[in-house]
Design a protein around this ligand. Structure first.
Ligand SMILES: [Zn+2]
Ligand SMILES: [Zn+2]
Ligand SMILES: [Zn+2]
Ligand SMILES: [Zn+2]
Ligand SMILES: [Zn+2]
Ligand SMILES: [Zn+2]
Length: 514
């Protein structure tokens, strides 16, 4: 039988938040709270040979519940970056910066001089005997490729406790060794650090293991411009899924918030998406293999229809057949594609040609509503209505039609209808496919709410009625938007949308009670 955390008496009563710590009663629970609150979380860390460490929900988690707020273990510049200030990790303004008087690394200004973040690497640079000189600020700078690794290596000296946690994280060194990326990293980091910093403090093996830990566990944190990379201890234990159950948000100071957009049942593995859930299966698979060295076999990847959305599907080429052409299985992605209705096989080179053209036409396209519409009309000849390339054009389109409220008032009727139709379609699709892409979902809800409000205004003008059910629908989506974006801070576009959404919600509520 479990025992009370304070007095050791056998007891069945436990803390209802984490379901993991037991108490004889309220008195001892209260007494223990200050100690317990640090570990009181609705999940636990488990271990298996196949997954390594992973997180499991210890109770049912409610929609929108935060399960973890975590400060970074360490923040570093990205491996590929134009010069950034080593004090605050923001980009260097070529016309307005200073060089650190000790080591020569550029800093954004006087306010970042002597910041503790830069202290240890400043000393480390001074030891090389001559100052660093950075004069080119617009392109990715080769010197910065090693700085993330240097910062992590120096953690051993700066904060041994944090270094211990860091060095025990997964590096996948054995799998990475010998790959193209690994060979490039060996030159630009592994061999470079001892040579450039004139140091024998770190072995090549230790440097390469550190590179691995940083690449496998690093999160891109968009609170600086350009984004930096941070390691979060608990989040490092999360599994990847292309259909995850946790959403990520960041506070102004770069802390990670993990929360559940939908209910998570007890004993479910917790997951986030390490790739981009808006990409097609092939793109996600390649990206994960390249950056995290594994073949994803999540429930979405194994289901070639991606939950019936046919997100990677082609229209069948047999006359009058309305079936969808897809690979027979994830394994046969590069060989067999066929129609599930008529059985028609299609040559893989046909699929690859069209996908290549669709990608090439989309990326450099000038972003106008008419170009998006043309693109959709053209590629709908081959691709399903919910194909990821078609959807990428639709995502742009809904944001290009009536970008601000004034513009929306002058949008022609047919375009407003298109915006309404595609917003609903995209919201419905991605709530199924990528329920944790909360910034995108929140933005669709906002766009949809404003399109419905504008449609309502036009109906009211024509008929001099005020259609209550339409206003209620608009309110429904603005409420949804606020739910999705509730943790976004105002340094992000989505934080601004959240602010506006709250204003619009209050205004709509006022109108509805009148
Ligand atoms: Zn007790
Ligand atoms: Zn607890
Ligand atoms: Zn700075
Ligand atoms: Zn310095
Ligand atoms: Zn997957
Ligand atoms: Zn067919």
């Amino acid at each position: 039988m479990p025992t009370c955390a304070i007095c050791g008496i056998p007891t069945e009563h436990k803390c209802t938040n984490c379901n993991q710590t037991f108490y004889c009663g309220k008195v001892h629970q209260k007494q223990h709270w200050l100690t317990h609150k640090v570990d009181c979380r609705p999940f636990k860390v488990e271990h298996s040979d196949q997954l390594g460490r992973y997180l499991v929900a210890t109770r049912s988690i409610k929609p929108f519940e935060i399960i973890l707020k975590e400060a970074p273990l360490i923040c570093t510049p990205s491996q590929v970056t134009s010069p950034v200030c080593l004090g605050c990790l923001n980009g260097i303004e070529p016309s307005d910066y200073i060089d650190c008087e000790n080591c020569g690394w550029p800093l954004c200004g006087i306010e970042c001089k002597g910041k503790p973040e830069h202290e240890v690497e400043c000393e480390f640079t001074v030891k090389r005997g001559s100052k660093v000189s950075v004069k080119e600020f617009t392109n990715p700078h080769p010197l910065y490729q090693c700085m993330g690794t240097v910062r992590c290596l120096l953690l051993a000296k700066k904060d041994p406790e944090k270094w211990k946690v860091f060095s025990e994280l997964e590096s996948l060194e054995k799998l990475r060794r010998g790959s193209m990326q690994w060979k490039a990293d060996l030159e630009s980091i592994g061999k470079f650090i001892p040579r450039f910093f004139k140091t024998t403090d770190f072995s090549e093996d230790l440097i390469m293991k550190t590179v691995g830990i940083l690449q496998i566990n690093g999160h891109e944190v968009p609170v600086t411009d350009p984004p930096h990379v941070a390691i979060f201890k608990n989040a490092s234990f999360l599994e990847h899924s292309c259909h995850p159950n946790l959403a990520k948000s960041f506070t102004k100071d770069g802390h990670l918030i993990l929360w559940a957009p939908k209910t998570i049942k007890r004993n479910t593995h917790l997951s986030i998406c390490y790739s981009d859930a808006v990409w097609g299966t092939q793109e996600r698979q390649q990206h994960l293999m390249h950056t995290k060295i594994f073949k994803c076999e999540c429930e979405r990847c194994l289901d070639v229809t991606e939950f019936g959305t046919n997100y990677d599907g082609f229209k069948c080429t047999t006359p009058d057949c309305i079936g969808v052409i897809l690979p027979s299985s994830l394994k046969e992605w590069n060989s067999k594609w066929r129609c599930s209705t008529c059985g028609n096989h299609v040559d893989i080179s046909f699929i690859k040609d069209i996908l290549e053209k669709a990608g090439k036409d989309l990326n450099p396209m000038t972003r106008t509503a008419d170009n998006c519409i043309k693109y959709i009309q053209n590629y709908q000849k081959w691709l399903t209505n919910r194909h990821f390339y078609i959807c990428q054009a639709k995502i742009q389109l809904v944001q290009l039609i009536g970008t601000d409220p004034k513009e929306l008032m002058t949008v022609p009727e047919d375009k407003l209808n298109l915006k309404l139709e595609y917003c609903k379609e995209l919201l419905d699709l991605y709530e199924k496919l990528a329920p944790c892409e909360i910034r995108m979902l929140g933005t669709f809800c906002f766009e949809l709410h404003s399109a419905i409000a504008e449609h309502t205004r036009r109906v009211a003008l024509k008929t001099s009625l005020s259609p209550k059910n339409m206003l209620e629908e608009s309110l429904l989506y603005v409420d949804k938007c606020i739910n999705y974006l509730q943790h976004e801070c105002d340094i992000f576009v989505e934080g601004h949308i959240l602010k506006q959404a709250k204003i619009n919600r209050d205004a709509l509520r006022m109108v509805l009670v009148m």
